[in-house]
Design a protein. Structure first.
Length: 283
């Protein structure tokens, strides 16, 4: 299989084999003094539902089934079926994917790495802070660039409708908050979302994962390890590592598929009656 990478004006356009999808990655220079020793690429937008759907609905496997060559991405687990509409009926095609747990985001990044043979992952906290500093976004101009409580009407909006920042990124602040990995491996989100006030979104601050609240109403037992029943504001943006020559780094041999797997509900899991009663959802 031939993988096509198109370069234009420093933007890397990534085709995802086996799908119809292409997305843009923006180059970012290193800043060792700020905890970012290596240059990297970052997604111009947050990950869309369109691209996440190709992963979760196994749309790539339809193309793979026509080939006799086994795909390495087949070893990556796919999300279980959610029991509610995780897009909250805000919008789907062209909108940011939301309600995604940290592990789900990592599995998606690993699937994309194996599909493209390049090392995609979530940003580190230092990388995200660097993007924010270089964005030139301030509290005075943030609403030109971000969907926040003051202008979003409490829903997500199509990707790319707001003005790009100084790096060429859109929706770094607002729309969906974005998963990052903390210095000690913490699961954090940054950037705020469509229901975040300007004063809370900027200056940027970490919001730690809060499963007690972000997945409180999931009636399944055990609860989903993929979706956030009450976290319809959490999305993701990906980073692509670069090698010593500045080119896209090759995918690592090992990833999340080699880590211990947490318990999860089967795809046809039924809500637990006791949990439904506890949440006031039973008749």
């Amino acid at each position: 299989m031939i993988l096509t990478i198109l370069l234009a004006a420093d933007v890397l356009s990534q085709k995802v084999p086996g799908t119809i999808h292409t997305f843009d990655m923006i180059p970012v220079e290193a800043a060792p003094e700020q905890g970012v020793p290596n240059a990297f690429f970052v997604g111009r937008t947050e990950v869309s539902w369109d691209l996440l759907d190709a992963y979760r609905f196994e749309l790539d496997r339809k193309a793979e089934s026509e080939s006799s060559v086994a795909e390495s991405s087949d070893i990556i687990a796919r999300p279980s079926k959610p029991y509610i509409a995780m897009d909250r009926s805000f919008g789907h095609n062209g909108y940011p994917a939301i309600s995604v747990q940290y592990r789900h985001a990592r599995c998606f990044a690993r699937w994309l790495s194996l599909k493209t043979s390049r090392q995609y992952r979530l940003p580190t906290e230092s990388e995200w802070k660097l993007l924010a500093r270089r964005s030139k976004i301030t509290q005075d101009n943030i609403l030109e660039h971000a969907w926040l409580d003051e202008n979003a009407d409490w829903v997500t909006h199509p990707l790319g409708e707001k003005k790009p920042d100084a790096l060429g990124l859109v929706d770094l602040f607002g729309n969906a908050s974005e998963w990052v990995t903390g210095l000690k491996g913490e699961h954090l989100t940054y950037g705020g979302c469509y229901e975040t006030l300007v004063q809370d979104a900027f200056p940027p601050k970490a919001v730690p994962e809060d499963m007690d609240n972000w997945n409180a109403s999931d009636p399944q037992d055990p609860q989903s390890i993929w979706w956030l029943a009450d976290g319809g504001f959490v999305g993701l943006r990906l980073v692509l590592e670069r090698d010593a020559e500045g080119k896209p780094a090759k995918a690592r041999a090992k990833g999340i598929e080699h880590e211990p797997k947490p318990d999860e509900s089967p795809e046809d899991a039924k809500p637990d009656p006791a949990r439904l009663k506890e949440k006031g959802l039973s008749g």
